[in-house]
Each structure stands twice: as C-alpha cells, then as structure tokens.
Ligand binder design. Structure first.
Ligand code: PEP
Ligand code: MN
Length: 336
C-alpha cells in the first residue's frame, strides 16, 4: 500500500502516519518525491484496511499497490532521475558509459579514458573485480584497478562505474566507484543487493540472463528497500536458443519496464551480442526504443584485450557510434 501525503503535509503528520503503520505491525518506508514525501507500507501479506489511514490529517489518498514490487513500481513514483556527477539517467539526456571490459594496466586505462572523454563519453567503465566463466582467466587487478579508476576520474572529471562481486568488497568498491555495478551473474545475490542498498552510491543493476522482468524488478526492490533509491537498471541480453550471438538483447524489456517502474533503464549492446559488429546497430536500436543510456565496451586494441575483446569497439568505431546515436536521440526527445 502507498500513502500519498498532501503537498503541505507536516513532518508531524508524516510521523503520525508512520507510527500508525508501525502499530499495525508493518514497516513504513518513506518515498521521497518532488513535492512531498509519501509512505509505502511494507511487510503486509494481505490488503491493509485503509479507512482509518485515509482519514488521518495530511493524507491525500491511499493506493493499494497490486505489484509484488512496490518501491520500484510506477505506482509509488512517476519517474526517477539518478544523478551521478554531471550524468543524469532518466532525464532528457542520454549518458553513454564507455570503457574496456577490465582495467588491464594504468597506462592503458588512463589513455583510453582520455580518448573516451574527447569522444563524448559521459562516464567511464572498467572492471577491477571480474566475474569470469573460467577460474583460470584474468580475474582483474582488484584494488589496484580501483585506484587506476580513481586516477582516471581525477584526470577526466568523468564518474566511474565498476563491478562489485561479493559482500566483502562492497565497502572498498563503494569507496572508489561513483556507480557500483551488480553483474548479471549476481542479480540473484540477495545479500549483495541488500549490502549495496545500505550504501548511498548509485547502483547499476544488470539483468540476470535467465531472469524475467518481474525477477529483475524484485532484485531492484531489494536494493531500494534498504533505502538506496539510486538504482539504474541495465538490460544486457538474455539467454535464448540462439547461438550466433552471445545473448539475445531483449529490446522489448525497455518499454515494458518503463511502464512498470520509475527507475531508469540503460542498454548494454556489448554483452548482449558478444560481437563488435553488432554493437553499433544495437546501440542505435536501444536509443530508438527509448533507453535511458548506453553502456559499451571500448578498447584500444581489442585483439589483445584480457577480457571481452570480441565485443569491444575500437575508438574510431565508438566515435561513429556516438555520431549516429547523437542524430537518432532527438527523434525520441533526447540529447546525447
Ligand atoms: C561486464 O560488464 O563486464 C560484465 C561482466 O557484464 P555482465 O554481468 O552483464 O555479464
Ligand atoms: Mn565485459
């Protein structure tokens, strides 16, 4: 249940409603809005009787949320804009996060960071802790990689996005990153979701490749239910019977999720396809379908990349991608 307060509701009235919810044995969760704070009721299994609440001073209306996810649903909030430095996810702008799959070494990373800034990237990506299919593959530089990311941010002024793989590294990754990424393989890791929910860093939550949209939104609900509203969803492809691409980009998830949730959703055409020559057309499609941003892998020398070289764009291809999406964006009311 969601309690919509009047625009001029006082702190005392909000407090009184919260206390009444507590007295019923449920948890009141404040939902920050533009005009006023609303209150979401958590912990009820059945419909909560609302006659008394509707009559309380400061209450405008009561909405019975019909979805299993409450805080991330459109019923609780119209639209969220997640602001990270100068980037806005969910507004009329369309930020592009770009960088190599992994931070491989200092020179390589600082070099690509400068190039990407010049070409118009709004934020940088790069894994320091890498979830690899093989335990023998490059696992990332760990804390050294985080330090390189921080140096790249200092030099370029761009925010950095990097993955956190387990609860034990949430503190250290949140200390360095501007956007903490939860990878597809960890979308179902509920203790990790709760842990990043207790931080006030923006979180980019990737869709698990076998997760349906409800499960994806429930994973986001875990983060928000801990108090962190700065969640950016990322569609990165799901597993289908098709073998010619690494995954299948579910473009229809974008309008469907935008109808169900207020959270911004971006698209990762790199992991979705696994092939660099599919990245540009999929990025164009993502912008056309209304994505709130793009995250893309770029490497100076993809053939030598320590991870995901086959799907990485060279800088000149990234430049072309930027030019093309810049011309498509205005047709859907956006600017890159
Ligand atoms: C990545 O971003 O490099 C990554 C591992 O992504 P995903 O979790 O979507 O596979
Ligand atoms: Mn990758």
């Amino acid at each position: 249940m969601l309690i919509i307060m009047q625009n001029d509701a006082t702190e005392g009235q909000i407090q009184a409603v919260s206390e009444y919810i507590l007295s019923l044995g449920y948890t009141p969760q404040p939902v920050p809005g533009i005009q006023q704070t609303n209150i979401c009721v958590l912990g009820n299994k059945n419909r909560v009787e609302s006659t008394h609440i509707e009559l309380m001073p400061g209450v405008k209306e009561v909405i019975h949320v019909t979805k299993p996810y409450k805080l991330v649903s459109k019923e609780s909030k119209e639209r969220s804009v997640v602001t990270v430095g100068t980037c806005e996810f969910g507004s009329a702008s369309l930020p592009v996060i770009a960088g190599p799959c992994s931070v491989e070494d200092r020179t390589m990373y600082l070099d690509i960071a400068e190039i990407l800034k010049t070409l118009g990237a709004a934020a940088l990506r790069g894994g320091a802790f890498k979830p690899r299919t093989s335990p023998y593959a490059f696992q990332g530089l760990g804390e050294e990689g985080l330090k390189i990311l921080a140096e790249a941010r200092e030099r370029t002024g761009l925010p950095v996005c990097t993955e956190v793989m387990d609860t034990s590294s949430v503190d250290i990754v949140s200390d360095y990153a501007d956007i903490v990424q939860i990878g597809a393989r960890n979308m179902y890791n509920y203790s990790l979701l709760r842990a990043v929910g207790r931080k006030n860093r923006a979180v980019m939550l990737k869709r698990g490749f076998a997760a349906n949209i409800t499960e994806f939104l429930m994973a986001a609900e875990y983060i928000v239910s801990e108090g962190n509203w700065n969640v950016i969803l990322c569609e990165r492809g799901i597993r289908t019977f098709e073998e010619k691409t690494r995954f299948t980009l579910d473009l229809s998830a974008i309008p469907v999720i935008q109808e169900l949730s207020h959270l911004p959703i971006i698209v990762d055409p790199s992991h979705a396809s696994g092939r660099w020559n599919a990245v540009l057309p999929l990025a164009r499609a993502a912008v056309a379908v209304g994505a709130d941003g793009i995250i893309v892998e770029v490497h100076q020398n993809p053939l030598e990349a320590l991870s995901d070289g086959t799907q990485s764009l060279k800088p000149e291809k990234f430049e072309r991608m930027m030019n093309e999406i810049r011309s498509i964006a205005p047709t859907v009311g956006r600017t890159v």
